[in-house]
Design a binder for this molecule. Structure first.
Ligand SMILES: [Zn+2]
Length: 452
């Protein structure tokens, strides 16, 4: 039996249904699951085979859930700056064509997962081609990494035909089992309604449902929706419908299958009403939306609908980092600026969006997203002994508006300590960074050719 004890944590921010905050608690984790949250220990833990993490001066909270990202694009950080969407895509595609073979994708995914974990983000809903290599890379770093085959009309950067992608989806349960790692749902991920036909969406959900009927995994659908106005206009011209209406017609908005929409900035009230009929969450990516000038999601419009909001960073080629603390702060500030109201997107709401709401969006709400007995231990420890975290009057406001990645000291995923004293316990970081620089140089040269 594996056993971890976080001893005498100064604060435990549970993010349970009543946002309980506990002081001076010892958390026991057995075989990956939280089995006790008790009073501070009288003396040091002495049970054999127990890993003790000193919680004194530390805040314990649930691991952050990044609901929309493209981890391998970490290698393309800073390669397409200050250009319009056309210029952005031309440079990114040239770089991807030059370097993104499965080995490089795996390397980029490990780099992205390592950045995420060191910053307190334990789960990512990812989307990238060579999904098997991406998953292998992120799982190696210790992440709870959620991904599935991505679909494009036409060959796409990996050169696969549509039928080969469907075959990849059919094979995915077996590959997931072989790779191992923390439990995750079975995902299918057509890129967007402007890159895949409506009948393709219908076909993908039909195959996913066959797989779910045959196995014991939960399922999840994800795609990009209504990221900017040009996307909506293009889809309207081609199909006389909104992206959301196309999804609904293709059997994607159903109460029994979780659906996560990347971005969802420009959804109409009618779109939102339609999406509320299903089990839908929007992955709000404020950093990417601000930087690419895609628009501002209207946070307040969601409070009265059945559509959940989680938070994402998007990929590093558009938002430059995988910092979920920034995403929380950007979401709160943007919602207040655009609504003219300081009580929209409260720190409690934003913290919930980055943890339990993200977990529920993935269908993992009973397993992760809060610090409660019975849940899997996806936990983050922060060092409270810092001037910018002193004093603690309002702990949610502290986490959303003052804390950051540099405060994270230890991270557990599925009960395993994957970051200890700010270092990965799994990845040889110096070696990884050296290899990443080598491959990134090739990508940079290819993107440079596009500028010339
Ligand atoms: Zn995206």
């Amino acid at each position: 039996m594996s056993r971890v004890v976080i001893e005498n944590a100064s604060l435990v921010v549970t993010v349970d249904d009543t946002d309980t905050v506990l002081a001076d608690r010892t958390i026991t984790i057995e075989n990956g699951r939280i089995t006790a949250i008790g009073p501070a220990a009288a003396g040091p833990e002495e049970a054999p085979d127990t890993l003790v993490v000193d919680g004194r001066g530390r805040l314990v909270m649930p691991g952050l859930v990044n609901l929309h990202t493209h981890l391998p694009m970490t290698l393309l950080r800073g390669l397409a700056e200050d250009v319009d969407l056309q210029g952005f895509l031309a440079r990114v595609w040239a770089a991807e064509g030059a370097v993104m073979d499965p080995d490089t994708v795996e390397l980029g995914a490990t780099l992205g997962a390592l950045e995420s974990l060191l910053g307190g983000c334990t789960t990512q809903l990812d989307m990238y081609f060579h999904h098997e290599a991406t998953h292998r890379g992120a799982v190696a770093a210790g992440s709870r990494h959620v991904i599935g085959p991505v679909f494009f009309e036409g060959p796409g950067p990996d050169g696969l035909a549509w039928q080969e992608r469907l075959a990849g989806l059919r094979a995915w349960p077996g590959v997931l089992d072989a790779i191992g790692g923390p439990a995750v749902p079975l995902v299918a991920a057509p890129h967007a309604t402007y890159t895949c036909p409506p009948e393709g969406f219908a076909e993908v959900v039909a195959v996913l449902r066959e797989l779910l009927a045959d196995g014991d995994r939960a399922g999840l659908l994800t795609t990009h929706v209504s990221e900017n106005e040009a996307e909506n206009a293009g889809v309207r011209e081609r199909y006389d419908a909104t992206p959301t209406e196309l999804l609904a017609r293709s059997g994607w908005v159903e109460p029994d299958l979780p659906l996560v929409l990347g971005h969802g900035v420009h959804l109409s009230d009618t779109d939102r009403d339609l999406l509320a009929l299903g089990r839908t969450a929007v992955a709000h990516c404020p950093g990417s939306n601000l930087k690419l000038a895609s628009g501002a999601l209207r946070w307040g419009d969601y409070s009265h609908t059945g559509v959940r909001i989680g938070l994402g960073t998007d990929g590093c080629s558009s938002s430059n980092d995988l910092d979920m603390w920034q995403a929380m702060r950007q979401a709160a500030l943007l919602a207040r600026l655009t609504s003219g109201r300081p009580d929209v997107a409260s720190a409690h709401e934003v913290l919930r969006a980055a943890t339990i709401e993200g977990a529920r969006a993935l269908g993992l709400g009973d397993e992760i997203g809060s610090v409660e007995v019975g849940k899997r231990a996806d936990l983050v420890l922060l060092d409270l002994a810092a001037p910018h975290l002193t004093p603690v009057h309002d702990v949610a406001a502290l986490l959303v508006f003052a804390a950051g990645r540099g405060d994270v000291t230890d991270v557990l995923v599925d009960g395993e300590v994957v970051v200890r004293d700010r270092r990965s316990t799994r990845v040889d970081t110096a070696d990884l960074l050296a290899r990443a620089r080598d491959r990134a140089a090739v990508a940079g040269a290819a993107a440079e050719g596009v500028r010339a």
